[in-house]
Design a protein around this ligand. Structure first.
Ligand code: FAD
Length: 670
């Protein structure tokens, strides 16, 4: 049997190697248009960032090794131009010899991948506008960066590659502006989870222009002017275009194979011609949960599908069971991960759902270094089946998303997840692992033990009908609350029930939702109608922070340097007067600790405070702005935030909460 494979990277190389392991006698010919086979696409941004320093390590398996170990006939720089299905041949152009020839096949596997999108915008083919797919693209970008002439870059597209490029270019000391047409980065996330990523990118000094697409590019005096749909211009030395990919379906289309957005295949990866298989970024597959056609251009599906195609060619009965869209990306210190369906997809599929938010430490709080991660679960209101999960955090996100991805595959309900027995010792997790904790909260919602109110429903509250109750401690309340909320700390609630109106719905919230749940149980037992704000003040606050592009639009005049977010200019010379360690405290604990310290300092003195709660970065900036203290620098490194604050003139009166509209942020006056 002669098997011809088109495309020699993720899907194609997997198919070839698996087929040889199953069949010693098959003749396997692998055509690859480029120079390299089986290279590490996923590592390319990190080589540009010099995190991966050795170019050779991108070449995961060499041609020679593939030839020797698997006896493959590997033909690089050979492009398959067309397929003749009737004669079972492919026409090939050998770019080395410029020779065209035909090759016959018994079975054909297409794994041509997907090409970066280059929309027909004015100036889009300029020499300083790069896309990233393969090693030559990588070499070109790296060469430009290595030349030392690139001081600024505009990255267009806030997906996986855009975010990885932003990080790696920053790592090379380049000033980065990230432009995204949608109002959020990372489309697989829902907006309120993406808001956490926005804050972090800004903290890392990435200029973020959201909700503004590119209209045109123009090269001027050795630089590129990117004009946005809003009419704003961004000038930079290079542009990285990372707005998505287009499946390479031309060969299939011209051969008369059935195509939709991608090549249509059945669960055995067979196209409409049973002797032609197709895998990877070029194919349309069924979503694991909805069964609808979907395109998920990621490495796991490509590798898995390559293996399944080989199984079936070799006579095994192997089926692809759909893609659920599990993904993970590093965004500087953050890990951002998703699996299953998000709210937008569920709405489009007309599937009802409930959701829950939790913010749990990645390991036991009493063991040093616990850092919160935000988990959103989406589940069926009928049987609690887990439909989707999104996690944003610093540490331990990868293992929780994999637990939840496995749960979705196993069609488990949130109650099933509650009963999972996961590994625990203080340095690794909590007795109630964050994934299980999230399921407990979802389970409580599902069973009706607590009625949730979601962050986006807060603005619909009506004072005539709803009574907002903040059950956090008084000093937390003073740090900022939702406009119009009364404050009764949960520990005092049983003694102060008389202060609560019996004729209204009580909308309870705390910092992350846990004390709110306890309060709801107390109030329900006392006969009140109450709901708990899921994810608490933290989810609401982050989700409603909003984003405007002012900083980017004023970019040419601001000249913000990396890690310095305050308008105060350069760091003061010399040591900070005091150092405060607030690591391990949950917000607003670190800011309260800062307040305690700054109260006893003289004007002009500086304090340096370290914290691990990601909310600190937002809180400290807002607190300084409102109190007249000067945020001199704010940086984060490996999940540890460090702020330097110079005491400015401020009154010594006790803090007073300020009632603002629901869009007001940290509402504190001192
Ligand atoms: P590819 O791996 O792209 O291989 C297709 C090959 O076919 C290409 O080399 C092409 O030259 C060749 N070809 C096309 N047409 C022809 C023809 N007519 N004749 C001969 N050869 C042809 N996924 C993840 O899951 N995680 C990540 O972290 C991640 N990071 C990524 C980072 C970058 C920069 C990129 C570009 C991709 C990343 N991906 C990641 C996506 C992942 O690499 C792809 O989903 C996967 O490689 C798809 O495999 P494939 O075989 O379909 O296509």
């Amino acid at each position: 049997m002669r098997v011809v494979i088109v495309g020699g990277v993720a899907g194609g190389a997997s198919a070839a190697a698996r087929l040889r392991r199953l069949d010693e006698t098959a003749e396997i010919i692998l055509f690859e248009r480029g120079e390299h086979i089986s290279f590490a696409n996923c590592g390319l941004p990190y080589y540009i960032g010099n995190v991966i320093t050795n170019r050779e390590s991108l070449l995961v398996v060499s041609k020679d090794l593939m030839r020797e170990r698997f006896r493959l006939d590997i033909r690089t720089r050979c492009e398959v131009l067309s397929i003749d299905r009737r004669r079972k041949t492919v026409r090939v152009l050998d770019a080395t010899t410029n020779n065209e020839y035909e090759e016959t096949w018994d079975k054909l596997v297409l794994s041509p991948g997907a090409a970066p999108l280059r929309p027909p915008l004015p100036g889009v083919n300029g020499s300083r506008i790069y896309t990233l797919r393969n090693i030559p693209d990588t070499d070109a970008i790296r060469k430009a960066v290595d030349s030392g002439t690139v001081r600024s870059a505009t990255v267009v597209g806030g997906g996986f590659i855009g975010i990885e490029m932003a990080e790696n270019l920053k790592h090379r000391g380049i000033d980065v502006t990230l432009v995204e047409m949608l109002p959020q980065v990372m489309a697989p996330l829902d907006g309120e989870m993406a808001a956490i990523v926005h804050q972090h990118l800004k903290l890392k000094g990435v200029h973020l222009a959201l909700g503004d697409g590119v209209a045109a590019f123009e090269e001027k005096a050795g630089r590129v002017v990117t004009t946005l749909a809003s009419g704003q211009n961004i000038e930079s030395d290079i542009v990285i275009l990372a707005i998505g990919v287009k499946p390479e379906i031309r060969l299939a289309l011209e051969a008369g194979l059935e195509t939709g957005r991608g090549i249509v295949v059945n669960s055995r990866m067979q196209t409409s011609d049973p002797d032609i298989y197709a895998v990877g970024d070029a194919v349309e597959v069924a979503d694991f949960q909805t069964g609808r056609p979907t395109m998920v251009p990621l490495a796991w599906p490509a590798n898995k599908q390559g293996r399944i195609a080989a199984d079936n060619i070799a006579g095994l009965d192997s089926e692809y069971r759909g893609t659920q869209g599990t993904s993970i990306v590093k965004a500087f210190d953050l890990t951002v991960a998703t699996t299953g369906l998000n709210e937008k997809q569920l709405a489009a599929a007309g599937m009802p759902y409930r959701k829950s938010y939790t913010h749990s430490g990645h390991h036991a709080g009493y063991y040093p270094g616990a850092i919160p991660m935000s988990i959103k679960l989406i589940f069926s209101p009928d049987d609690g089946r887990l439909l989707g999960a999104q996690i944003v955090g610093i540490e331990g996100v990868d293992k929780r998303i994999d637990v939840l991805a496995t749960a979705i595959r196993a069609r488990m309900s949130v109650h099933d997840i509650e009963s999972l027995e996961l590994a625990y010792a203080p340095p690794f997790s909590s007795a109630k692992d964050p994934a299980v904790m999230a399921a407990f909260v979802a389970g409580n919602i599902l069973s009706g033990r607590v009625k949730p109110l979601y962050w986006d429903e807060v603005e619909q509250l009506e004072p005539a009908r709803d009574w907002l109750l903040d059950v956090r401690a008084e000093d937390e309340f003073q740090m900022g609350t939702i406009a119009g909320a009364a404050n009764i700390p949960v520990n005092q609630l049983r003694d102060r029930l008389g202060e609560i109106p019996g004729d209204k719905r009580i909308v309870v919230f705390c910092q992350v939702g846990l004390r709110g749940y306890v309060a709801c149980r107390i109030l329900t037992a006392a006969g009140f109608d109450c709901v708990n704000l899921s994810g608490g003040y933290l989810t609401w606050h982050t989700a409603t922070l909003g984003h405007d592009n002012t900083e980017v639009y004023e970019y040419s005049t601001i000249q913000t340097s990396d890690h310095i977010l305050a308008s105060g200019g350069a760091s003061p010379a010399g040591e900070a007067t005091r150092r405060v360690d607030a690591c391990g405290l949950q917000c607003p604990g670190p800011v309260l600790k800062l307040f305690e310290n700054i109260r006893s300092m003289q004007n002009g003195e500086t304090v340096e405070i370290a914290a691990t709660d990601p909310g600190f970065a937002i809180d400290v900036k807002a607190w300084c702005e409102r109190t007249g203290n000067q945020l001199v620098s704010l940086s984060s490194d490996a999940g540890r935030y460090s702020a330097r604050i110079r005491k400015g003139p401020m009154p010594t009166a006790a803090p007073q909460p300020v009632a603002g509209g629901p869009n007001d942020k940290t509402i504190v006056l001192f």
